[in-house]
Unconditional design. Structure first.
Length: 306
C-alpha cells in the first residue's frame, strides 16, 4: 500500500557518505552551519543558512528578493501540477519556501540538518517537515505533483547529483514538474559544486524529464565589482570562524574575502557596500536585458516528468 507523505516522514534519515575525495561532509557541515545561524538574533528566518552565511541581513535579503520573484513566476506556470497533490521541497532549511507554498496547497519539506528541521517546525504551522537526504528520499514512488530545489543541488558533490535527480524523478507523478533554481557559474568553497545549464539539463533528461522553461538570473554586476575590490583589503578583514567560511580557506596563504566579511569591514566601507546593494535592486531588473545569459550566476529551470 502506498504511504502518504506524513507516514513516510517518520522513516529515519538515510546517511550517504560522500567519497573520500570530497573535502567536506554534507550532513556535518550543514548542521554546523545551522547552529552558527541559530545564534544570529538579527536573522530570525535564517537567510544566512540558505543565502550567504554570516553576511549582513540586507545583503541576503537582496538575493532572497529576486529568488522569490523568479519562483513566483515559475509557480504560475505549474499551477496545474500543484493542484494535483502535494508539493515537495528538498533542502528546505527552516521552511521559507514551504511557508510560501503552503498558502495554496499541502507541502512537505525535507532537510538533512536536525537543527533546521526543528526550527522549521517551530516557525511553520501548515507544512510538514522531516529529516532526509536528496540522494535517498523517504517517500513512495509517484507521491508529488511538484518538487522544488532552490540552491540545494549545487551543494551536492557532482558524483552524487545523478542519484538526487533520479530520486526526484522517482517520487514525482507522471506529468509532474520540478522547479530548479541553481548556480551555473563557479563558486567559492568545497561545498559549492555548480554545473552549466547544459549539465543540469543533461542530468534531468537522463531521468526521463524534459526542460519546459529556462531563465537566467542573478547578475549583480556592482556586487561582483565590490568583490574584486575587496580582494585588496587587509587579510584581517577576512578572518571568519563560521563553518561556511572554514571550508573556503586555502591550505596556505591569505583567506578569501567572503560575503560574511562585510560584517567586519570598517564602517565607511560597510556604508559603501550597503549603498551598492541598494543601487543593485533596480540595476538587477535591467541586467537581464543588457547582459547575455552566459553572464548570469544562476538559472531557473522547470522540468516535466514525461
Amino acid at each position: 500500500m502506498t504511504k502518504s507523505p506524513t507516514q513516510q516522514s517518520q522513516q529515519p534519515m538515510v546517511e550517504l557518505r560522500p567519497p573520500s575525495a570530497v573535502s567536506y561532509k554534507p550532513a556535518e557541515y550543514w548542521e554546523s552551519l545551522a547552529r552558527d545561524q541559530l545564534e544570529q538574533a538579527e536573522d530570525p528566518g535564517l537567510l544566512g543558512a540558505v543565502c550567504y552565511a554570516g553576511a549582513p541581513l540586507w545583503l541576503n535579503e537582496f538575493f532572497a528578493h529576486f529568488q522569490r520573484k523568479a519562483l513566483t513566476r515559475a509557480l504560475r506556470r505549474v499551477r496545474r501540477q500543484r493542484e494535483r497533490g502535494v508539493t515537495l521541497e528538498i533542502g528546505c532549511g527552516t521552511g521559507r519556501w514551504c511557508q510560501y507554498l503552503s498558502a495554496s496547497g499541502p507541502v512537505v519539506g525535507v532537510d538533512l540538518s536536525p537543527s533546521m528541521v526543528r526550527r522549521a517546525h517551530e516557525l511553520g504551522r501548515g507544512p510538514q517537515f522531516c529529516l532526509g537526504m536528496a540522494q535517498s528520499l523517504p517517500f513512495a514512488d509517484n507521491t508529488f505533483g511538484l518538487a522544488l530545489s532552490v540552491v540545494v543541488l549545487i551543494h551536492v558533490p557532482d558524483e552524487l547529483k545523478p542519484a538526487c535527480v533520479k530520486e526526484l524523478a522517482r517520487v514525482l507523478q507522471p506529468g509532474g514538474s520540478v522547479i530548479v533554481y541553481e548556480r551555473v557559474r563557479p563558486g567559492l568553497g568545497a561545498q559549492v559544486h555548480p554545473i552549466s545549464v547544459d549539465g543540469w539539463v543533461r542530468l534531468f533528461v537522463e531521468q526521463g524529464m524534459r526542460l519546459s522553461r529556462c531563465e537566467a538570473h542573478e547578475y549583480a554586476p556592482l556586487l561582483r565589482l565590490l568583490h574584486l575590490v575587496s580582494k585588496m583589503l587587509p587579510a584581517r578583514a577576512r578572518t571568519s570562524r563560521l563553518a561556511a567560511d572554514q571550508v573556503k580557506r586555502p591550505a596556505g596563504g591569505r583567506a578569501p574575502m567572503t560575503a560574511a566579511s562585510l560584517s567586519r569591514l570598517p564602517l565607511p566601507l560597510r556604508l559603501v557596500a550597503r549603498l551598492v546593494v541598494a543601487v543593485s535592486y533596480p540595476l538587477e531588473y535591467v541586467s537581464g536585458w543588457l547582459l547575455g545569459s552566459r553572464l548570469a550566476n544562476s538559472a531557473l529551470m522547470v522540468f516535466e516528468k514525461t
